[in-house]
Write a protein that binds this ligand. Sequence first.
Ligand code: WTA
Length: 654
Amino acid sequence: MSEDNIESTLHEDRHFPPSADFIRTASTNADKLASLYTQAEQNNTEFWADQARTEIDWQTPFSTTLDSSNAPFFRWFPDGKLNVSYNCLDRQLEHNADKTAIIFEADNGDVEYISYRELHRRVCVFANTLKAQGIEQGDRVIIYMPMIAEAVIAMQACARIGAIHSVVFGGFSSSSLKDRIEDTQAKLVITADGGNRGGRIIELKATTDGALEQGCDSINSVIVLQRTAHDISMQSGRDIWWHDAEQGQSEQCEPTWVDATHPLFILYTSGSTGKPKGIQHSSGGYLLNAITTMRWVFDINDSDVFWCTADVGWITGHTYVAYGPLATGSTIVIFEGVPTYPDAGRFWDMCQRHCVSIFYTAPTAIRALMKAGDEIPNKYDLSQLRLLGTVGEPINPKAWMWYHTVIGKEKCPIVDTWWQTETGAHMVAPMPVTTITKPGSCTRALPGIDASIVNDDGDEITKANQGGYLVIRQPWPSMIQTVWGDDQRYKDTYWPMFDGKYYLAGDSARRDEEGYFWIMGRIDDVLNVSGHRLGTMEIESAIVSHPQVAEAAVVGQPHDIKGEAVFAYVVLKGERPAGGVDDTLTQELRAWVGEQIGAIAKPDDIRYADNLPKTRSGKIMRRLLRTIAKGEEITSDTSTLENESILPQLQGKA
Ligand code: WTA
């Protein structure tokens, strides 16, 4: 966390009740929201059962709400059957078929409107296409696509036939893609000949080819969407164009009814050890919280235009682009490009043109656009906006206030939503109709979510402003089911303390005098770079795999825009470069990490040293490395250091 963050969050007494303007447009009733808490407190399981009966169309209603017999492998609505795509699309056909489901804007500004009827048709045709490619219920399908409507169509088509999708963010490298294909043992990759971002083409097909060259024997075929129409190579017998594969496929596709516990998707995320973990989510429980949070936190109503800027490669793009908004019959915006192209007014221009009423983005984007100056958003008519949201990392009060005044014109509540890939949906977040917000706080746990802060013994910390582990004490419907193929890792990572009673989120947090939650940071070696999770170990092993490198340590460095930047200390097999500077090698190592993981993991800074600082027992002194990366003075005792002379090298002074 940056200085600004820590300082101001410690004494924050600005309060923002919902504005009268917002209340006038609000669709949820304050008394009803308040009664949700009472109901949940009386009987949490029954509360969720009620919500599930109201919000989801079940093909077979459930009779058991929660099976805890094999905890922590909780099973929600185990004997219920449903189809997620049916709940998102077919439900709208009777009364809402002509409503716009997706407003798609391409990088070059072209706009396409897709109604619910049309989206349903396209999903059905593509679902039949998947079947024709041999995809059956339970098979894994990799989606490696640009941020375009077809990415959502592909996800929905998988859901329709009970195939389990795993979306890989388009910025990940061949090697990362290969790891995910191999871990899921997917049969099929859905990709595109390329994507457009900021006027440049992203070579998705070439990267896919690179992954498949490295193994991936489970893959039988690759469906390729023609997006850029630039030259790519197609391997006959394996690769097939999306439009060719769709030829002759029917527009009718009966949904495959699956158990509520059937996995809807696997999404990889970084942890403190080893390779990224495949977070497995259910169908019924996941969908339920995607829907309830759309109502409680986003106050969604029929006339809203909802824009969540996240890519479908991240959990936010799953829950608040592909599933939650469609399951509530909303109109969403999908944008292929980047916020700064053709200029830093793109988001605001799009908000104006598409009459966006709810806008949800990450603090890193807000900070970057704030830096571009107020004149830019001030040129646009943002009067349709009624609610703003943020996610991914703590938002510093300065950025919050800017978002509130310059974008929200002091009338739009800001929902700062705390949640994780593993939680599936918002956990601690304002319900804007009732919650008084404070800049930098994600406020309170939602109804039915038993979030708390505990000490090492698992005892609740009741003292105001004292930090501890953020835990969830009772299961909730959209919780992670397991780590794909690794039940032990699921238990070890999320239930390692407190006799396995509580879900350990991996964040530290405190509550203020009013019981508001303030997220303080990760307790593990996970960095949050521009709202994206990266494991330090993952980056370290990527660096160490370079032939010239002997050892590496990676820490986070506070960064104005990204929140955290990647800072690497490297020990070479050969001599340390003279004066610690070797620009060519530094560029090479950065590119290397880009190839191993993806561009987001490239270190901003690399320092070369003769050794890494270690204690006599051989442990890397990470806290010391973090202090140095921050440019702070070293106050800790360095006498246990094996080799004190490397300090100036690490500090970049020698
Ligand atoms: C952090 C993103 C503070 C946190 C949905 C969490 C946040 C991790 C917030 C999950 C927030 C997310 N305030 N920190 N509003 N939202 N985080 O899995 O450290 O990509 O554990 O899910 O991001 O990141 P993930």
